[in-house]
Design a protein around this ligand. Sequence first.
Ligand code: SF4
Length: 227
Amino acid sequence: MNSELFVLLRDALVQHGDGLRVACSLGVEDMIVVHEIARAAASVGGRPRVFLLDTGRLPEESHTLLDAAKQKYAIDIEVHLPDAIAVERLVRRQGANGFYDSVQARRACCEARKLGPLARALEGATAWVTGLRREQSPTRSDLPVSEIDDRGLIKLAPLAHWTTEQVWAFAKEHQVLIHALHSRGYTSIGCAPCTRATKPDEPLRAGRWWWEAPEHKECGLHSRSVS
Ligand code: SF4
């Protein structure tokens, strides 16, 4: 029997076709979405537009998983790199690792390395899918499964209500490809210099920008105009 997730993704593919994009950071939630949308695409004869934002600072394990995912799921994953001039200006201004110095400097790095490529990844899109969940952080606690984002696009978060236990049970049952860093204590996957393993009693995103307060732990990819 097809999962609720499969049905939602299949319907989104049928409805939006080439206008549907799937964001993949290679963390377990996104890999579940990729796993299911590959199956959904095979069932309706579509081609999923999955994309990865390669910031230039990803861990080696992410590149290894990217290659393995393309092979296992027989899909293309569009890799979007930051604009070289934007990165050059950023590094001249604040150094290669200036993001440790302030929230402002960190956001400037995320803007150059993530937001610019995201805008390109979403060109021509009418809807996009993420693996975001409410449990992940206080900033996501009221995340809806479907909303209109700040760009005017339909943004789907089909795992919004999933618990961590459900995520790992699904991944195990369906033999979803898993990022190597998860088995080394990483509960969230991001850029190498900005992500560390977490302790069992820490929040799921404690390893992201661990030097910042929890309310700052977003990079702008998923900012929401909360009314
Ligand atoms: S997560 Fe860190 S390295 Fe990656 S874009 Fe943001 S500040 Fe830069």
